[in-house]
Write a protein that binds this ligand. Structure first.
Ligand code: ADP
Ligand code: ZN
Length: 740
């Protein structure tokens, strides 16, 4: 007997087994929609596996197939199966990610509208009579006669003053027909796109393009890494390679970090492909309404859109006959989902490429150490673009040793002399400045100089940040807010001080140092309102703002030709986090932020202020020496046994009670050791660096393995047999990128 495992919307957490009747055995495939009995009624579900052994003995039979073809491509179901194993989650969880709610939910469908169309000529007696009796109706018919084809009823109502009742009555009299039409919600319908042509590639690009073409002709191509500085023409290459892919009759997906999925980046794609016959571009991002998502998904699945651009989850887009997946800025942390299934879109892309024989192109100016290692060891193909397209030199980076600034003056200055003077000279020349600091708020903590008390969040193990605009201290993890104390709550000394700095304080210092300048702060505090982001960037582009102060928000992907100076106020912030990727992140961030300076005709400058100016991340980024950074970082990873020399899976045990979290984590650690996982080491259970978040105590165990799939399988079995004590949660994060 053939068994099919079926996922229904009604019982989303558990797929159920059904018997496949003889008559359907030949036709049924993974991904087929089927009608199945559930309780006393029939429901619709998806075939997600054909298990050898059924979960129960008595199986009900599948009633019928809903469609001829599977609604979800079988390859995508295989991808979900792989995810469930690799990321140690249930198949149901993996499938939920793959198949958006908007598609599973049968309530969501196409929007339907009515069209009105004139049925017969109005050059006759009848019409003349109508004209006498019903002037308005006649007027509508006359206008319809001038329209070629049909008119949307909504338009007829608005433009001709026709009412629904009137149109119905005209229909009854046989003058017009009203027909139902499917209307797709196009999130970009209101915009026009200018057609853009392929650019003539420069020599470097042309070489890489030839390689890409060769790879696109291979059956099972290796992943392809393009390592090239910002502005070296990577995106142009993606676009041209995508065209080759389309010409082969295949489709393509381009992933970009959510923060880079801007109207400009979408337009760049649309203007290249939208104008061509049938190659429509679909956009998938988190702000789509359910209806829009539904329409886009089906447009892609039916092959009416062959190019897809989107953030993380677009890696699951049901593109027909997939030929290529681009992962731009592949090193970006936002490709990792922070809830189950905790997948990494770049790695899922690589797996999907392997399953479908599609070429996966990774691009970055600062590839992840793991990715570059795979390229060096020939697991991936490596291509390098060394020059900017406009041949412009990278900005010069100056590193200021803040320890000397402290020694010179009193207290810790926000601006070194060097940065102050650099800003001053830009303002004189009417050039623009970006100041970057990776922390919002006014000060990072509230400290008592007498007893050392630090104001902490009651729910999280972090210091509270002072926000001057509200006059409150706030936790950046749980948003807990309170009044700042005027005297130390511990020793009652009035000398309680704000220490450390945030963007709010930088803004204030800048305003008082340069009263003539227009300063705008850009962080999640000032950008709460919808559209604020676009407005500020627009103002900045038009030169209405001289100095932009901000967090990560301004670090990425923005092009402002008139910005000739970037100041990094405090480069060490992320450096001292207890995470083996801390140094890599600082290197990436500095390189990226520096890329914002000098994109016009003037060479840019970058001033980096740091208390540890000689650490490798800063020194190598100063010389744009990715290779140098990579080599020393690789040695560090090798010595301390971190990826790429193993895979890291992080187990986090959470509980409201610290004692229970600790006890259970220790128990788990012992049991895991007893499993004797192959080529795997299990660390000691220990409090997480963020020992408490939102009132949850957290303990961690780090598993390092050379056998991720086998380890994952064993871990999954082990966890499924375990009964968790009440109020204990265990989170499994495979290839964790957040170790806090
Ligand atoms: P990257 O993705 O590496 O940052 P882009 O592809 O966005 O680089 O290219 C940077 C700029 O150079 C863009 O404005 C792009 O239009 C332009 N550009 C890219 N390739 C060429 C080319 N071959 N000739 C002229 N301009 C180019
Ligand atoms: Zn908190």
């Amino acid at each position: 007997m053939k068994v099919a495992r079926v996922l229904t919307e009604v019982a989303m957490d558990r797929a159920l087994d059904y018997e496949v009747p003889e008559s359907l055995c030949a036709a049924i495939q993974l991904g087929h929609r089927v009608k199945v009995p559930l309780g006393r009624r029939l429901t619709v579900g998806y075939v997600v596996a054909f298990p050898e052994v059924a979960q129960v003995n008595m199986l009900k039979p599948i009633q019928d197939l809903v469609d001829k073809e599977p609604l979800i491509q079988p390859r995508l179901i295989e991808l979900a199966q792989w995810m469930a194993e690799y990321y140690v989650c249930s198949l149901e969880t993996a499938l939920k990610t793959l198949l958006p709610e908007a598609v599973r939910n049968i309530e969501i469908s196409y929007r339907e509208l009515f069209e009105v169309r004139l049925l017969k000529s109005i050059l006759n007696e009848d019409f003349e009579q109508l004209k006498q009796r019903a002037k308005k109706q006649a007027h509508v018919l006359e206008s319809l006669a001038k329209v070629e084809g049909a008119l949307l009823v909504a338009k007829a109502e608005k433009e001709l003053g026709a009412s629904w009742a009137m149109l119905r009555s005209l229909e009854k009299k046989g003058w017009v027909t009203l027909t139902r039409v499917r209307q797709e919600r196009d999130p970009f319908s209101s915009e026009d796109f200018l057609v853009s042509q392929d650019l003539v590639l420069n020599e470097e690009q042309a070489q890489v393009f030839e390689q890409l073409k060769k790879f696109l002709n291979e059956k099972n191509p290796k992943p392809f890494l393009i390592h090239g500085v910002t502005g070296s023409g990577k995106t142009e290459l993606y676009l041209q390679a995508m065209r080759v892919c389309l010409e082969q009759g295949r489709g393509a997906i381009m992933l970009v970090p959510e923060i880079a999925l801007t109207p400009q980046s979408v337009e760049r794609l649309k203007s290249r492909f939208a104008a061509e016959d049938g190659t429509e571009v679909a956009v998938l991002h988190s702000h789509l309404s359910s209806g829009e998502r539904h329409d886009e998904w089906h447009r892609i699945r039916e092959g009416r859109a062959r190019v897809v651009i989107g953030a993380r989850s677009a890696v699951f887009a049901p593109v027909k006959n997939l030929g290529m997946i681009v992962v731009d800025e592949e090193h970006e942390g936002s490709y990792k989902q922070q809830e189950a299934p905790r997948y990494h879109a770049r790695d899922v892309a690589i797996m999907r490429g392997r399953l479908e024989g599609a070429l996966v192109v990774l691009g970055s100016a600062t590839p992840a150490v793991e990715t570059y290692y795979h390229a060096q060891t020939k697991k991936y193909e490596l291509a390098e673009l060394k020059k900017r397209v406009d041949e412009q030199a990278m900005p010069t980076m100056h590193v200021v040793d803040m320890r000397q600034e402290v020694a010179r003056g009193k207290g810790i200055p926000v601006l070194s002399n060097r940065l102050y003077e650099a800003i001053y000279s830009r303002l004189e020349k009417k050039e623009q400045v970006i100041l970057f600091l990776n922390r919002r708020g006014f000060s990072s903590s509230l400290i008592c100089v007498a007893c050392g008390y630090v104001a902490m969040c009651p729910n999280c193990s972090v210091a509270l940040t002072f926000h001057r605009a509200q006059g409150k201290v706030r936790c950046h993890w749980c948003d807990h807010t309170e009044e700042p104390p005027h005297v130390c709550p511990q020793c009652h000394d009035p000398r309680i001080r704000y220490a450390g700095l945030g963007t709010e304080r930088v803004e204030e210092v800048i305003l008082s140092a340069f009263p003539q300048a227009v300063v705008q702060r850009m962080d999640s505090d000032t950008m709460r309102r919808k559209g604020a982001h676009q407005r500020v960037l627009g103002d900045f582009k038009r030169g209405k703002i001289d100095i932009l102060v901000g967090t990560q928000m301004i670090a990425k992907g923005l092009h402002f030709p008139n910005v000739t100076l970037v100041g990094i106020v405090y480069a060490d912030l992320a450096l001292h986090l207890p995470d083996f990727r801390a140094s890599e992140r600082v290197f990436q961030l500095l390189t990226q932020v520096a890329g914002r300076a000098g994109r016009g005709n003037v060479k840019g400058d970058v001033v980096v202020q740091s208390f540890t100016p000689f650490v490798p991340a800063i020194q190598f980024s100063k010389h744009y020496d990715f290779q140098g950074f990579y080599e020393q970082e690789l040695e560090f990873r090798r010595e301390f046994h971190y990826p790429p020399f193993c895979r890291c899976t992080l187990l986090t045990v959470r509980s409201r009670s610290e004692e229970r979290a600790s006890f259970f984590a220790t128990y788990l650690e012992k049991e895991l050791r007893a499993l004797a996982l192959p080529k795997t080491t299990v660390s000691q259970a220990a409090p997480a660096p963020m020992a408490k978040i939102q009132g949850w105590y957290r303990y961690q165990i780090l598993i390092r393995t050379m056998q991720p799939l086998i380890m994952g399988k064993m871990l999954k079995n082990f966890l499924s047999e375990l009964t968790f004590p009440e109020e204990i949660m265990v989170i499994v994060d495979v290839d964790a990128v957040q170790l806090l």
